[in-house]
Design a protein around this ligand. Structure first.
Ligand code: FDA
Length: 451
């Protein structure tokens, strides 16, 4: 438990909190939306006395339509951001995550992808300025912090470098209407061959088309009381049904899509759809900040070569043993292949077919070990089919199984997890850390060590 929770209303309050934490030897945890998968924004796994700076009061959003830009404070959620944009314009959006309760602070500093990232890149790729309070309590903008720190906080995670209080982002154009569709197939209906094909087709589709797949378990229609695997393909197209239909008929005739399977909606309605709401719901639901979910453990992978059919069949068998929440398979390609690996700390660009999020839920602490054991075995099973040397992972799907900071030599030991999240960018992150926080004041179980 934290020794103290600070809920600042101003930047001065943050400066005071940093000053006091230094004087009293408390570690600092910064929390924006609180969605960290290992709770690092509000829990210390090392049992070290700490205080939380919770930014939920600092969530103003100021949109400048002339500049097509916005300043967003870190305590805002992406739902609040999407809402604010939609209130100003029907033809602008922002490429960030689907779940509306994610906080801007953690999400932008770790990358942040969503349904239009194949067209516009990550949230962090669309940040043009930022405001950070550094280890000395100084308030710095992009010019004052310098390009190397500005580079580091756009994908290297915020918690190693200071308290990022606001981000200036560029808004992106979206059509006044977009088109969505959803197709599901079970194993009996040919899910395995469809998914096998999806692996190579989805990353090559035009950047305007996002076609991700969710793989879960459902009741079997052919076997009383039995279970089967179901693959749900969900598409969002930045264009009209008339243009999408021939595209899908050429690339995925097996879906058998017709005009009446395609739904036209505004971009903000597609945000509601992917956040799990009905598209007729009032936009105010995007302002809800609280979300209850069961306890879970998640892991991630990147896939560079299609998984062969026998590999998929083995994965399905493991899923049927556990019945976890759907795994999310996110196609890359599009602009993600055009941005260089070192443009920002997020290295997962060209050469990736798709990313995977594995997840398992559990009802109680007593229940946790067997489910966590299952997901670790599944992760081991996937080894031959995913990226290697290093096996890559997504920082925003934080996973302490990859390794934690554990003493000197800090940098060498941290490579176990640092190379997986950042690959060739890890060294540069550690050099930036040494410049801006040589005493390693801002630290947690997976913070960047100074080099
Ligand atoms: P939280 O406040 O927990 O912070 C996460 C990390 O960032 C912590 O280390 C924290 O200290 C640090 N931090 C936060 N604010 C900071 C600040 N202002 N300054 C410095 N450091 C700061 N991701 C994705 O890319 N696409 C998606 O669609 C989704 N969907 C999704 C759904 C759900 C239900 C969850 C729980 C998570 C996701 N994610 C996701 C993952 C999400 O991007 C990730 O958990 C983010 O880190 C969440 O940011 P928060 O601010 O909410 O987390």
């Amino acid at each position: 438990k934290p020794n103290l929770i600070v809920t600042p209303h101003s930047l001065f309050h943050i400066q005071v909190a940093l000053f006091c934490s230094k004087k009293s030897g408390l570690q600092v945890r910064v929390r924006s939306g609180g969605h960290d998968y290992e709770g690092l924004s509000y829990v210390s796994h090392s049992h070290i006395p700490f205080l939380i700076i919770d930014l939920f009061n600092l969530r103003s959003i100021t949109i400048n339509m002339d500049e097509e830009s916005a300043w967003v404070q870190s305590g805002a959620t992406v739902g609040e951001l999407y809402y604010a944009i939609a209130k100003k314009s029907k033809v602008h959006g922002f490429p960030a995550g689907s779940c509306s309760t994610i906080g801007v602070g953690g999400h932008f500093s770790g990358g942040g992808f969503g349904t239009i990232f194949r067209k516009y890149g990550l949230a962090s790729d669309n940040v043009i300025d930022a405001q950070i309070i550094d280890v000395n309590g100084m308030i710095l903008n992009r010019t004052l912090m310098g390009e190397d720190l500005f580079w580091a906080i756009r994908g290297g995670g915020g918690s190693s470098f200071g308290v990022i209080t606001a981000w200036k982002i560029k808004l992106v154009p979206v059509p006044s209407k977009v088109t969505t569709f959803d197709v599901s197939r079970t194993l009996d209906q040919g899910a395995t061959t469809l998914f096998h094909k999806w692996q190579t087709i989805a990353p090559k589709l035009p950047p305007e088309l996002f076609l991700h797949s969710l793989v879960g378990v459902t009741n079997s229609a052919s076997q009383e009381g039995g279970k089967t695997v179901v693959v749900s393909f969900s598409g969002l197209y930045l264009g009209t049904p008339e243009n999408l239909l021939p595209l899908m008929q050429n690339s995925f005739a097996e879906f058998g899509l017709r005009r009446d399977n395609l739904t036209e909606m505004t971009w903000i309605q597609s945000v509601l759809h992917y956040a799990g709401y009905s598209i007729d719901e009032s936009l105010e639901v995007l302002l809800r900040r609280n979300q209850t979910s069961p306890s879970f453990k998640a892991k991630s992978d990147y896939v560079k070569e299609p998984i062969p059919l026998h590999g998929l069949e083995g994965l399905w068998k493991m899923l049927l043993l556990e019945n976890p929440p759907p795994f999310i398979f996110t196609p890359y390609g599009g602009i993600m292949s055009e941005i260089s690996e070192s443009e920002t700390p997020f290295p997962h660009r060209k050469g990736n077919l798709y990313g995977i999020q594995y997840m398992v839920n559990f009802a109680s602490n007593e229940d946790a070990p067997k489910h966590i054991d299952w997901i670790r075995r599944l992760y081991a099973y996937m080894t031959p089919y995913v990226s290697k040397f290093p096996r890559q992972a997504y920082l925003n799907y934080r996973d302490l199984d990859l390794g934690v900071n554990q003493g000197k030599p800090w940098y060498e030991k941290a490579k176990s997890w640092g190379l997986k999240y950042f690959n060739c960018n890890f060294e540069r992150l550690a050099l930036v850390k040494a410049r801006v926080d040589p005493g390693n004041f801002f630290r947690d179980e997976q913070s960047i060590p100074p080099l």
